[in-house]
Design a protein around this ligand. Structure first.
Ligand code: CUA
Length: 322
C-alpha cells in the first residue's frame, strides 16, 4: 500500500478529503470479511454434520421439539444481518456528511471541465486578471483545501483522484462542487471514473501537491507568458504553430488563442501529453504530432500534415515553453 507502488489505491490515502472514506473503506471491508467467514463456518459446519450422519430428522419428518431452537437461530441470523447493514448505512451517511464540505475555507478554486478525452483546468485568480488555464495536470498547495467546480463540455465524466477523495461526476449543463486536500507533497494520479467513450481509459490526470511557496512560484510562472529561447529552429517552430495549430490551441503572449484544444502555455512544464497517454519529451511529442490518431484513436486532434523539418521545429518550440 506504499504511496508509489499503488498510485490508484483508495485504502492508503493522503488528505483530509479522503480520510473518512478510507476509514469507511477499511471498515466495510472488515465487516464483509467477518460476514464471509461466519457464513463459510456455518456452511462448513452443516456439511460436516451431514457427512457425519447427524440428522435432525432420522424418521423422515421433523421432530417438533427441534423447531424451537431452529427458528431462534434464524432470528439470530436476521438480527446480525440487520445490525451489520444498519452500522454500514449509518457509517456511510456520516462519511458522506463529513466529506461534503472542507474543514477550512478553501485556498483557491479551480474550474475543471471534462472534454472527450482530456481535462481543462482554469485557476480562478487571487486578484482580477490573474486567471489562467492549463490542462491535464493540477498543482495544489499542500495542507490547504482546494475547491473544484466541475463541468463537462460534452458527455458525463467523473473526477477521481483515489488518494485524495471519492468521485464526483461532471455533468453537461450543470456545475458540481468538490474539494481535495493533500497532506503531503507528491504526485497523485487521477482517472476519469465514468465511461465516456472510446478513449475513456486514456483520460488520466495528475495532481501535484507542492509546499505553499513552491505552489505560489508555479502559479506565478503560469501567469507569465512563456519565454522561449531565441534560436532559429524555435522561431521557425513558433511560426509553424501560429499557422497550423493556433486556431485550436492557445499560448499566452502569442496571437494563438484557440479554445478548442488544451491551452499549451508552459507545455514543457507538464509531465505527460494527451491526458497521461505519453511522457512529455521530444520523442513523445514527435510521435504525437506525427499521428495522434494512431496513439489515441478517435480523439479530436487531427493528423496535421507537416514536413519532418517543420515537425522538428514545432517540437523544439513546444519543448521550450517553460
Ligand atoms: Cu471521461 Cu471517462
Amino acid at each position: 500500500m506504499a504511496a508509489g507502488a499503488y498510485p490508484m489505491s483508495y485504502l492508503a490515502t493522503a488528505g483530509a478529503s479522503a480520510a473518512p472514506i478510507t476509514r469507511l473503506g477499511w471498515g466495510l471491508l472488515t465487516i464483509s470479511i467477518v460476514v464471509v467467514l461466519m457464513v463459510g463456518a456455518l456452511l462448513a459446519g452443516a456439511l460436516w454434520r451431514r457427512r457425519a450422519g447427524v440428522s435432525p430428522d432420522p424418521e423422515g419428518r421433523l421432530p417438533v421439539e427441534r423447531r424451537g431452537p431452529g427458528l431462534r437461530w434464524v432470528w439470530v441470523g436476521v438480527g446480525i444481518s440487520t445490525l451489520a447493514l444498519f452500522v454500514s448505512t449509518v457509517w456511510t451517511l456520516t462519511t458522506l456528511a463529513a466529506v461534503r464540505h472542507p474543514p477550512r475555507p478553501p485556498a483557491l478554486t479551480i474550474q475543471v471541465t471534462g472534454h472527450d478525452w482530456w481535462w481543462e483546468a482554469r485557476y480562478l485568480g487571487d486578484a482580477p486578471g490573474r486567471d489562467f488555464t492549463t490542462a491535464n495536470e493540477l498543482h495544489i498547495p499542500v495542507g490547504q483545501p482546494v475547491r473544484l467546480e466541475l463541468r463537462s463540455a460534452d458527455v458525463i465524466h467523473s473526477f477521481w483522484i483515489p488518494k485524495l477523495g471519492g468521485k464526483t461526476d461532471l455533468i453537461p449543463g450543470r456545475t458540481n462542487m468538490a474539494w481535495i486536500e493533500a497532506d503531503r507533497p507528491g504526485d497523485y494520479r487521477g482517472q476519469c471514473g465514468e465511461f465516456c467513450g472510446l478513449e475513456h481509459a486514456r483520460m488520466a490526470l495528475q495532481v501535484v501537491a507542492d509546499p505553499p511557496a513552491a505552489f505560489q512560484a508555479w502559479r506565478d510562472r503560469q501567469l507569465a507568458a512563456p519565454a522561449p529561447a531565441a534560436s532559429p529552429p524555435i522561431a521557425a517552430g513558433a511560426a509553424v504553430f501560429q499557422a497550423r495549430c493556433g486556431a485550436c490551441h492557445a499560448i499566452r503572449g502569442t496571437p494563438a488563442g484557440g479554445l478548442f484544444g488544451p491551452d499549451l502555455s508552459h507545455l514543457a512544464l507538464r509531465r505527460t501529453l494527451a491526458a497521461g497517454t505519453l511522457t512529455n519529451d521530444p520523442q513523445g511529442l514527435t510521435a504525437w504530432l506525427a499521428d495522434p490518431q494512431a496513439i489515441k484513436p478517435g480523439n479530436e486532434m487531427p493528423r496535421v500534415p507537416l514536413t519532418d523539418g517543420d515537425r522538428a521545429a514545432l517540437v523544439a518550440y513546444l519543448q521550450s515553453l517553460s
